[in-house]
Design a protein around this ligand. Structure first.
Ligand code: MLC
Ligand code: AMP
Length: 529
C-alpha cells in the first residue's frame, strides 16, 4: 500500500537552482570562490552577501511573478552574482551577448519584455532608450570594475535573503538562439533543467571540492554560464576568472588549475603557442571542448603536446548538455571525432526522415529526451510544437550517427555503437568560434543595403574559428557594389562575429530547378578564404 507523503516534505523542497548551490557551499565560507585575473579574491561569504543584496534590490522593485531580467554586461564576478541573485529572487535571467548591437537588442527586449535591463554604463544611452520604448521600468548599469548603479543601489540593501521557493518546472533562464527563419527564439530553461544537468555533469566529470576551474569563457551562453560555472558552484570549487581567451593568462594561471573548458578555437590557439606544454598542465585533470566540432588534428596535437586527452561533449541552448565522452576510463575511452555517449538520464536517438531509428553506422537526425530538455520557445507555441516529435523528442537539427567508424590520418577506427558522431546539421547554421550565426539573419541585413538585389551567406572552413561567415551578393541593375563597403556597412549594425569575413559580388546566384539557391555550389566556388 502507498503511504501518504507528509505535507511538510513538499513544503521544505525548494527546487530553486540557487538553493541547490547554497546547499553545496563549502563549510568554510571564508574560502576563495573566485580569484580574478587581476588579483581580487571573492569568498563564498562574499558571493552569499552580494547575491543577497542584489536579490533584495530586485525584490524591492516589486516585479511581477515571472519577470525577466535582461543583462548585457562585460564579464565580472558581479555579473555572475547578478545571474545568481536573479535565480535567488525567483526571477528569470536573460543573458545577452556583449557583441549585440542596437537592432539585435531591440528585438530581444521587444520580444522578452523584461522588467529589468542591466547594461554597461557606456551603452546606457541607447540601451535605456530601447528598454523604455518597450515598457521596461528599470534600467541599471553594471561595469566590470565593480561600479554602476546596480551595485550602488544594492549596497544599501540587507545582506541576508531567504531564497525564493521555485518549482522544478518554473523558468530560471531564457537563452535566445537564432532561428532558421532569421528571428531568434527564446529557449525557456527551468530550474529543473539546469539542476538536473548540473548534477549529472558533476558526477560524470568527477568534480571535486579541491578543483580549480580556469574560467575563460563568456558568461552569456550555455557553455560559460551553465556548464562551467555550475560545475564549480556545485562542487564548492574555486574558479580563476579571466575576461576572455588570452594565451598569456593561460600560461600564467593554468599551472594552478585542474579543469578548463573552451570552444575548439581555445585548443587551436593553445597548440599554436610554443610555450604551452605538459608543464603548464601539471595540475590539470580535465580539458573539456564543446559548442562546435573539435577537429581530429587539434585533438591529436593537444594529446601529443600535453599528454592530456580532451573530453569533447555536445550540447545546445535548448537542452544544455546531452552527450559526453567519458571522464572515467571505467565508463569508456575518449574517442576523438565523436561526442561520446548519452549522459546518464538523457535519451538520445538517431532517426531517418520518417522518424524511424537508424541502425548503428547509419546517418540520421539527432533527437533527445530527458530532464535537461527545455520547456519550449518563449511565446512561440507553434514553433515549439514543430521542434518536438509527437512522442516528445526534441529535434536538435544536428545530423549524426551512432557507431560506425572515424577516419583520420592515423587510419580508420571502429566506434562503439553507443558513441555519437555529429556529421553535420540539417539547420542552415554556421558556428564561428563557438558562436552561432544563422545565414538567413545576415542575408536579411545585407538585402536591406542600398544597391543590393539579393544575397546568400555561407560558412567556409577557417583555421582559427572552425567556420567563417562569407557572403555572396548580387547588385541591383546599374548598382556598383563594393565588398569592403558592404562589410563596413554591416559593422556596428550586427554583432561583430556575424559580419562576413569576405564578401563576393556576383552577377547571379546559382539556383536549382525549384529556384532554391545552391549553397553547396557557392561553398565549392568560394570555400577558401
Ligand atoms: C571574435 N571575432 C570573431 C569571433 N570572435 N569572428 C568570428 N567568430 C568569432 N567567434 C572577431 C571580432 O569581430 C574581431 O573582428 C576580431 O575577431 C577580434 O575580436 P576579439 O574579441 O579580440 O576576438 P577573440 O578574443 O580572439 O575571440 C575569439 C573567441 C571568442 C573564439 C575567443 O569568439 C569566444 O570567446 N568564443 C566563445 C563562444 C562561446 O562561448 N560559445 C558557447 C556557446 S554555447 P574585427 O573585424 O572587429 O577585428 C553553445 C552550446 C554548447 O554553443 O554546446 O556549448
Ligand atoms: P547553441 O544554439 O548556441 O546552443 O548551439 C548548439 C549547437 O552547437 C548544436 O546544435 C550543435 O550544432 C553545435 N555543437 C555543440 N557542441 C558540439 C560539438 N561538440 N560538436 C559539434 N557541434 C556541436
Amino acid at each position: 500500500m502507498l503511504l501518504p507523503i507528509p505535507f511538510f516534505i513538499f513544503r521544505n523542497m525548494n527546487a530553486n537552482l540557487f538553493a541547490l548551490f547554497e546547499s553545496r557551499f563549502p563549510a568554510d565560507r571564508s574560502a576563495c570562490c573566485i580569484e580574478t585575473h587581476d588579483g581580487l579574491y571573492y569568498s563564498w561569504d562574499d558571493l552569499d552577501r552580494a547575491t543577497a543584496k542584489m536579490a533584495n534590490l530586485l525584490a524591492a522593485l516589486k516585479l511581477p511573478e515571472g519577470a525577466r531580467v535582461a543583462v548585457q554586461v562585460e564579464k565580472s564576478p558581479e555579473a555572475l552574482f547578478l545571474y545568481l541573485a536573479t535565480l535567488r529572487a525567483g526571477y528569470i535571467y536573460l543573458p545577452l551577448n556583449t557583441a549585440y548591437q542596437e537592432a539585435e537588442i531591440d528585438y530581444f527586449v521587444g520580444n522578452a519584455e523584461p522588467a529589468v535591463v542591466v547594461c554597461s554604463s557606456a551603452n546606457f544611452g541607447w540601451v535605456s532608450k530601447v528598454a523604455f520604448r518597450h515598457g521596461t521600468k528599470h534600467v541599471f548599469t553594471l561595469d566590470d570594475d565593480r561600479s554602476g548603479s546596480l551595485l550602488s543601489r544594492a549596497a544599501a540593501q540587507p545582506d541576508r535573503f531567504a531564497t525564493v521557493a521555485r518549482g522544478a518546472d518554473e523558468l530560471a533562464a531564457i537563452l535566445y538562439t537564432s532561428g532558421t527563419t532569421g528571428r531568434s527564439k527564446g529557449a525557456m530553461l527551468t530550474h529543473g533543467n539546469l539542476a538536473s544537468n548540473a548534477k549529472t555533469l558533476h558526477a560524470y566529470w568527477g568534480w571535486r571540492s579541491d578543483d580549480v576551474l580556469l574560467h575563460m569563457l563568456p558568461i552569456f551562453h550555455v557553455h560559460g554560464l551553465f556548464v562551467a560555472s555550475h560545475g564549480a558552484l556545485l562542487a564548492g570549487a574555486k574558479m580563476i576568472w579571466a575576461p576572455k581567451l588570452d594565451m598569456a593568462q593561460i600560461l600564467k594561471f593554468l599551472p594552478r588549475c585542474t579543469v578548463m573548458m573552451g570552444v575548439p578555437t581555445y585548443y587551436v590557439r593553445m597548440v599554436q603557442e610554443p610555450r604551452f606544454d605538459d608543464d603548464t598542465c601539471r595540475r590539470m585533470r580535465l580539458f573539456v571542448s564543446g559548442s562546435a566540432p573539435l577537429l581530429m588534428e587539434t585533438f591529436d596535437a593537444f594529446r601529443e603536446r600535453t599528454g592530456h586527452t580532451i573530453l569533447e561533449r555536445y550540447g545546445m541552448s535548448e537542452t544544455v548538455m546531452l552527450v559526453s565522452n567519458p571522464y572515467d576510463a571505467q565508463d569508456g575511452e575518449r574517442i576523438g571525432g565523436t561526442v561520446g555517449k548519452a549522459l546518464p538520464g538523457v535519451s538520445v536517438r538517431v532517426v531517418d526522415g520518417d522518424g524511424k531509428p537508424c541502425a548503428a553506422g547509419e546517418i540520421g537526425n539527432v533527437e533527445v529526451r530527458g530532464p535537461n530538455v527545455f520547456k519550449g520557445y518563449w511565446r512561440m507555441p507553434e514553433k515549439t510544437q514543430e521542434e518536438f516529435t509527437a512522442d516528445g523528442w526534441f529535434k536538435t537539427g544536428d545530423v549524426g550517427r551512432f557507431g560506425g567508424a572515424i577516419v583520420s590520418q592515423a587510419g580508420e577506427r571502429k566506434v562503439p555503437d553507443d558513441y555519437l558522431t555529429i556529421v553535420g546539421r540539417s539547420k542552415d547554421l554556421i558556428i564561428s568560434g563557438g558562436y552561432n550565426v544563422y545565414p538567413k539573419e545576415i542575408e536579411s541585413f545585407i538585402d536591406e543595403m542600398p544597391g543590393v538585389a539579393e544575397s546568400a551567406v555561407i560558412g567556409v572552413p577557417h583555421a582559427d574559428f572552425g567556420e567563417a561567415v562569407v557572403a555572396v551578393v548580387v547588385g541591383k541593375p546599374g548598382a556598383s557594389l563594393d565588398a569592403l563597403s558592404l562589410i563596413g556597412g554591416l559593422k556596428g549594425r550586427i554583432a561583430n562575429f556575424k559580419v562576413p569575413k569576405r564578401v563576393h559580388v556576383v552577377d547571379e546566384l546559382p539556383r536549382n530547378t525549384m529556384g532554391k539557391v545552391q549553397k553547396n555550389v557557392l561553398r565549392q566556388q568560394f570555400g577558401v578564404l
